[in-house]
Design a protein around this ligand. Structure first.
Ligand code: NAD
Ligand code: DAU
Length: 355
């Protein structure tokens, strides 16, 4: 079996669902169920003995030790994190705790467990750390895309905390020989994406007739990858990645934010037309994110060359599936927009007068 952390979040829940759809290898899913964790994402696994859900904190060393000793996983796949850049600007402390201290705790627990395994299990063990392209900083308009050897230049509290965790993972391999793998992925989108992030926020606001808040001029560029392609890349790296290596994961799909928002609006116009007029009428430029990175781009050729991975979805196919999913899961959307969600929306957007 494998131990997954953060498997009730956006990418983690897609990973667990896809994993168990493909194999009977069980998953122990350790998740603290913060505002971003949602057991409803895993409802289809209710009663499935292959999925053991444990509500708990990755900073709890005794708990992690106990789960490793009890379940004897052959791998740890580490998703758990505070993941939203805007939240890291309002409150960086939680990011240092979970992303840095939590990763440290997991590494130490994994090191102790791995050190005590018999030789064949020890050779087979893997610790896969899921990270982000944001650790590389921001690119100019014509700079080449980030390769794995690009210097680390994180600019937000979030990316700094992820960069720190990447460095810990690297050091635990170099110093202790822990068999680690790291993936650095670009922006994901798809089912179960919490509507604090750009694409799901635009979908849910548009359907509610609310403004679509575009930071600054909306010309910031991100590379977008359908979440199930990211999950497939992680499975490949886990199965065949070279120990101690990092692998960039991306969609070969760089687009400015404004273009993304317009595309979401156009799909909604087609799938659920609003009698009041095209959804793009709701686009509102608001104050920019402090320290906003201008451009990310991922060079994912190493992953293709070594492991044969390429994304299966284009942005056009992936975004269509995503908008359809949100239209078909309005109950899920309504339930995640709790009081805590509304408080966050007030905190992040109230001070951003329309520009
Ligand atoms: P998410 O915020 O949707 O989910 C994070 C999950 O971690 C939640 O279920 C939450 O309850 C859990 N968690 C938080 N703190 C915890 C703690 N202390 N102990 C145990 N569980 C805890 O995040 P996501 O978007 O699914 O991202 C998952 C991972 O992938 C993160 O490490 C993130 O940095 C990385 N990543 C995300 C993206 C993206 O576009 N979303 C891209 C590249 C990399
Ligand atoms: O690049 C990978 C990263 O992508 C992950 O590591 C992070 O966990 C994930 O949250 C994401 O970070 P971003 O900051 O790029 O994602 P977000 O959806 O918050 O924003 C995408 C872009 O859209 C960014 O340039 C900011 C902009 N934006 C975002 C929001 C929420 C807006 O213009 N308006 C908004 O309301």
């Amino acid at each position: 079996m494998i131990l997954v952390t953060g498997g009730a979040g956006f990418i983690g829940s897609n990973f667990v669902l896809d994993w168990l759809a493909r194999s009977d290898e069980a998953v122990v899913n350790l998740d603290a169920l913060t505002y971003a964790g949602n057991r409803e994402n895993l409802a289809s696994l209710e009663g499935d003995a292959r999925h053991v859900f444990v509500q708990g904190d990755i900073c709890d060393r005794a708990l992690v030790d106990r789960l490793l000793a009890e379940h004897r996983p052959r791998a740890v796949v580490h998703f758990a994190a505070e993941s939203h850049v805007d939240r890291s600007i309002h409150g960086p402390g939680a990011f240092m705790r979970t992303n840095v201290e939590g990763t440290f705790t997991l590494l130490e627990a994994a090191r102790g467990y791995w050190g005590g395994l018999p030789a064949t299990e020890k050779d087979a063990f893997r610790f896969l750390h899921v990270s982000t392209d944001e650790v590389y900083g921001s690119l100019g308009p014509i700079d080449p895309a980030f390769t794995e050897s690009h210097p680390y230049e994180p600019n937000s509290p979030y990316s700094a905390s992820k960069a720190a965790s990447d460095h810990l993972v690297r050091a635990w391999h170099h110093t202790y020989g822990l068999p680690v793998l790291t993936t650095n992925c670009s922006n994901n989108y798809g089912p179960y994406h919490f509507p604090e992030k750009l694409i799901p926020l635009m979908i849910v606001n548009a359907l509610a007739g609310k403004p679509l808040p575009v930071y600054g001029d909306g010309q910031q560029v991100r590379d977008w990858l359908y979440v199930k392609d990211h999950c497939a890349a992680i499975r490949e790296v886990l199965a065949r990645g070279r120990l101690g290596e990092t692998y960039n994961v991306g969609g070969w799909n760089e687009r400015p934010n404004l273009e993304i928002v317009r595309q979401v609006c156009a799909l909604l116009d087609e799938m659920k037309p609003d009698p009041a007029g095209p959804y793009a009428r709701l686009i509102t430029h608001v104050a920019d994110r402090p320290g906003h990175d201008r451009r990310y781009a991922i060079d994912a050729r190493k992953l293709e060359r070594e492991l044969g991975w390429r994304p299966a979805e284009t942005f056009e196919t992936g975004i269509r599936k995503t908008v359809r999913w949100y239209l078909d899961h309005q109950d899920w959307v309504a339930r995640v927009q709790s009081g805590a969600y509304r408080a966050w929306v007030d905190q992040n957007y109230a001070g951003r007068a329309a520009a």
